[in-house]
Design a protein around this ligand. Structure first.
Ligand SMILES: Cc1ncc(COP(=O)(O)O)c(C=O)c1O
Length: 366
């Protein structure tokens, strides 16, 4: 039996050809592919604007720099990838780390509310593992406290809340196209927004703040995507639905099979949302399951099933943030970080592979 990997990053022949066509054309700068990718992506998620950029980290940076002022505070779930918080700090503001819900692993709005001060300027809900955050609850929360919303959708291409794609919500929605994500072009990012002023500002920041030839009206960066990546992305948009359908079919098999294994609790999602299954994560109750998270990972490895730990600590436990902001205790994040495990669910697997994963987990018990 071949090993079941945790992700698959294989371009199709058509995607490779799209990249080759750009390489042959000699247009190694932006020359139409990025703009077309922006239009097509915006249309898919039903956002007014989309801005391509070099990766998901700088997508967040562009969004934050468009409105944050030094000294602002930003509510960020502690249980997320580093860039969600670090880009707030490098933008001159302060990430205020919030705890998560123990079942959805998403930002706990009640905890976030307790951390609001007169400096709080924004909230960053992360659709973690592709599980959509309740957009209605966040929008009400943001309106009540006059906050800007930056959605971190790096893991959530194709996720929906209600009838809407998560990319259509205000104010900013940031994506990554890193290998292993639901869409992958190499390095790449995108920010969607419905606000024309933010769109203009991010385009300036992305390219040295240059508003005319060698005329700079803002301090900016070179955060541009290239046409090679955009051409791959455009082609891949054509199979995104198919890849998502495979992830969902695999997730259904995992959910149905794992239900009867005591001590294993999958991430919870609600019927109002459509999960994009970037990762299929479970928490392991060591006592009930008879084996800890790390023990399960080891036993799965022996059976040829890869797994992953996202994330082994919250951002508030990262040495750099402890040094910057002092110690903080977020019990749900800490407990989740100790017990969470990602199981294979990606689009390269069949439902039979997913059933094999369930069986392997069952055999690791005790
Ligand atoms: C939640 C989240 N935000 C931001 C990023 C950053 O994206 P990139 O790796 O493309 O810079 C990632 C990537 O892992 C992510 O998972």
């Amino acid at each position: 039996m071949s090993r079941i990997e945790i992700s698959e990053v294989k371009l199709t022949e058509e995607e490779i050809q799209a990249a080759v066509d750009v390489l042959r054309s000699g247009n190694l700068r932006q020359n139409g592919q990025c703009e077309a990718f922006e239009r097509e992506f915006a249309s898919m998620v039903e956002a007014r604007h989309a801005v391509t950029c070099a990766n998901g980290t700088v997508a967040l940076h562009l969004a934050y720099l468009s409105f944050l002022r030094p000294g602002d505070e930003v509510l960020v779930p502690s249980f997320t990838f580093m860039a969600t918080g670090s880009m707030v700090a490098v933008s001159g503001a302060r990430p205020v780390f919030c705890d998560i819900d123990p079942e959805t692993f998403l930002i706990d709005l009640a905890d976030a509310e307790r951390r609001i001060t007169e400096r709080t300027r924004a909230i960053v809900p992360v659709h973690l593992f592709g599980n959509p955050v309740d957009a209605g609850a966040v929008s009400d929360f943001a309106a009540r406290h006059n906050l800007t919303v930056v959605w971190d959708a790096a893991q959530a291409h194709g996720a929906r809340w209600g009838k809407r794609d998560v990319g259509s919500f205000n104010d900013f929605v940031c994506y990554s196209f890193y290998p292993s994500k639901n869409m992958f072009v190499g390095e790449g990012g995108m920010v969607c927004t419905n606000n024309g002023e933010y769109d203009d500002k991010m385009r300036l920041l992305r390219s040295h703040g240059e508003s005319g030839k060698y005329r700079h009206t803002l301090l900016g960066f070179n955060y541009r995507m290239t046409d090679v990546e955009a051409a791959i992305g455009r082609r891949q948009l054509l199979r995104l639905d198919e890849m998502l359908a495979k992830r969902r079919a695999n997730a259904d098999v995992l959910s149905a099979g794992l239900e009867s294994i005591s001590g294993i609790r999958p991430q919870k999602w609600t019927r109002e949302g459509v999960h994009a299954w970037h990762q299929y994560c479970v928490v392991v109750d060591a006592e009930e399951f008879g084996c800890s998270r790390d023990c399960l990972a080891e036993r799965l490895e022996k059976r040829g099933v890869a797994s992953g730990v996202h994330y082994p600590r919250g951002l508030h436990q990262q040495p750099v943030f402890e040094e910057l902001y002092g110690p903080l205790n977020l019990p749900v994040t800490e407990k989740t970080a100790e017990t969470i495990l990602a199981l294979p669910v990606h689009h390269g697997l069949t439902v039979d592979d997913a059933a094999t994963v369930v069986e392997a987990v069952r055999q690791c018990r005790g």
